[in-house]
Ligand binder design. Structure first.
Ligand code: 3PG
Ligand code: MG
Length: 397
């Protein structure tokens, strides 16, 4: 892994530092409903301010497509951000131009300002040179702490980083170190658990993982496609039956690479996906034609957990069953707890990410027990696909 510069390599006192955060947080009625991204980014802002920098925070929010949409203003984040960084944050009603310049000019050393939504300007997503120049004009140094937006080659991620000395913030640094220990140079054997509804959204990811991991456990609706491809009767289960050839190609690639694939041995089946329906545990060779598979069964969890116990690294993305509806959360929860137990014992490094994954691990109560849980959704998936993330590449350049 080519090196990137961190905050240990720069003296920020008295300097204007533009910090790219991902404040694209869930909000309802103008209130933040999950402050995880704010809390995880706050240490970088606190550190910079504590070292006497003038800190200029920039972020996108939603997808306003270059239009000023009051519904997508970052102003509701001033108070939560102030609370998280322990200082009153100033707000600039535009992210470039006279409004932004006036607020930045007014910053004392150790002061923090938040700029309005970057995506109110079309130049942000277009990585437009003039827009990048305008952002760069606000600062002397650039810090990227938005790993979860690093799959976007936008002006605030790519353009500014090319115009000013660029550093990884502490959250970016932690993400990159965790991801590197998980897949780039992992302790082996390394396993991956991949779940979720559809194979079609994770083809590249599976293709990349079978080249990199020793064991790949597949669950969720996408596992049904693999079972079907192997000639297993899956009844009325959700599956992409037209992708049977693709699934078989992935299995063949895994075999040629020496990657062991783990699929369900047993399954929890029901008539329909709803809370409180009658369920049964059946062997995968005995799924009734009128039922659907909604979770992996206990024998599958036990077999997967046993294989994990022999591994030293685990990457996890996606739930094993329809975890949002009890009791179809049981398989995901049980395997997540087994992984957490191995992590507690110091036997397994566990790295997880992706939107649904974080919700599933939170539901299982193991978020704090995994070695590292990424704040990223799409960026984590692209990293699992083996793609170079523009926001990471530019820091390594
Ligand atoms: C995210 O929430 O995944 C990031 O903030 C990226 O947002 P985007 O998908 O709108 O670029
Ligand atoms: Mg997204």
């Amino acid at each position: 892994m080519a090196a990137f510069k961190t905050l240990d390599q720069v003296d920020v006192a008295g300097r204007r530092v533009l910090v790219r955060l991902d404040l694209n947080v869930p909000m309802k009625d103008g209130r933040v409903t999950d402050a995880t991204r704010i809390e995880r980014a706050a240490p970088t802002v606190r550190e910079l301010a504590g070292k006497g920098a003038k800190v200029i925070v920039a972020s996108h929010y939603g997808r306003p497509k270059g239009r000023r949409d009051p519904e997508m203003s970052l102003s509701p984040l001033v108070d939560p951000l102030s609370a998280a960084v322990g200082r009153k944050v100033a707000f600039a009603a535009d992210c470039v131009g006279p409004d932004a310049e006036a607020v930045v000019d007014g910053l004392a050393d150790g002061g923090v300002a938040l700029l309005e939504n970057l995506r109110f300007h079309a130049g942000e997503e277009a990585n437009d040179p003039e827009f990048a120049d305008a952002l760069a004009a606000l600062c002397d140094l650039y810090v990227d702490d938005a790993f979860s937006a690093s799959h976007r080659a936008h002006a605030s991620i790519d353009g500014v980083a090319r115009r000013r000395p660029a550093y990884a913030g502490r959250l970016m640094q932690a993400e990159l170190e965790a991801l590197s220990r998980a897949l780039e140079s992992p302790a082996r054997p390394v396993a991956a658990v991949v779940g979720g509804a559809k194979v079609s959204t994770k083809l590249e990811l599976l293709g990349n993982l079978v080249e990199k991991v020793d064991i790949l456990a597949i669950g969720g609706g996408m596992a049904n496609t693999f079972l079907h491809a192997q000639g297993v009767e899956i009844g009325r289960s959700l599956a992409e039956r037209d992708l049977a050839d693709t699934a078989r190609a992935i299995l063949a690639k895994a075999e040629s690479r020496g990657c062991e694939i783990l699929l369900a041995l047993d399954a929890v089946v029901a008539d329909t996906l709803a809370a409180g329906v009658a369920t049964a545990v059946v062997g995968v060779d005995a799924v009734p034609a009128d039922r659907m598979i909604l979770d992996v069964g206990p024998a599958t969890v036990a077999a997967m957990a046993e294989r994990l116990a022999a591994c030293r690294t685990l990457v996890w993305n996606g739930p094993l069953g329809a975890f949002e509806t009890a009791p179809f959360d049981a398989g995901t929860t049980a395997l997540a707890r087994a992984a957490a137990e191995l992590t507690d014992q110091g036997r397994l490094l566990t790295v997880a990410g992706g939107g649904d994954t974080v919700a599933a691990l939170a539901h299982a109560g193991v978020l704090e027990r995994f070695s590292y849980v990424s704040t990223a959704g799409g960026a984590f998936l692209e990293w699992l696909e083996g793609k170079e993330l523009p926001g990471v590449a530019v820091l390594r350049a």
